[in-house]
Design a protein around this ligand. Sequence first.
Ligand SMILES: [Ca+2]
Ligand SMILES: [Ca+2]
Ligand SMILES: [Ca+2]
Length: 300
Amino acid sequence: MRKSLLSLAAAGLIGGMSGTASAHIGETIYLVYEIADADLADIDIRDVSVADWEDVIGDAALVTTDFYQDPTVGEGAQYDPADLDYRIWLGWNGNSSTMHMAMERVDNVYINEYAGGDLGQLWRHDAIEFMLDGDHTGGDYTGSADENWTDEEKKLNGNRTAQQYVAIADTPDGRHVGYQGAGAEWVNALPYADGGGGSVGEGPTTSIFEFYVTPFDDLIWNSPDDSQATNMVDGGIIGFQISVPDFDIEPSNYRAFHTLTGQAATWRYAERFADGRLVGAGGGTAVESDSWGRIKASVE
Ligand SMILES: [Ca+2]
Ligand SMILES: [Ca+2]
Ligand SMILES: [Ca+2]
């Protein structure tokens, strides 16, 4: 039973679409629901609380047991709610072409030594990783995909056709979300991205992440004008992947690595992302519309 803005759907639901250019992995297609403008206005990403997400959207889209705990990464710890447990809300907005996420994370040992000033380092700490391939064409999206590239070409092509974002709860410089390519000054800033978060308690620590980012079909790191954000519309297919690392000893020293797709090296290969089918809000808010219930019923 899954009651959320994002649901597992049978592959047959969109049938003929599997023959398109979309790269995809596995049999699962996730339904990702639009958050209408009116609902977004009721979500405060800086209040260090997911109560607004619960009020506006409802239950979390994904929980820890939806993820695969990769036994080959670090200690390879498997699911234990006393070690790491979380809830994730996910949605999109067509007017701003943005993907929105919140996570409430309960972790027995909270490792965050991020010093600020370099968003490319967020992955070393207890955080959440959100990878997007807006048109889901797949491919190696790292700057090392071609060994013959010059340094300039590596910089241009890194995270160009898909993007890996990482968000952190506590940060000394107020910047909570960042991607792994060049052009961080504008890609991670308004209107393309913003975030908030914080944490409370110790042993366990509850940390909160709330943020939005922009998927780009073509991201030119030194030219916002030439970059093309994904045109997000009802019925569109997006590639996405979520990873949740757990560090309990020190930064970069993995206790566990949770991944939604179960695929290795999604930091490199976008064709290993999951398929997400964008479901539009049709102008209605989550509270006003009963379409969510109908869609959920159709896939159970
Ligand atoms: Ca909030
Ligand atoms: Ca832990
Ligand atoms: Ca931890």
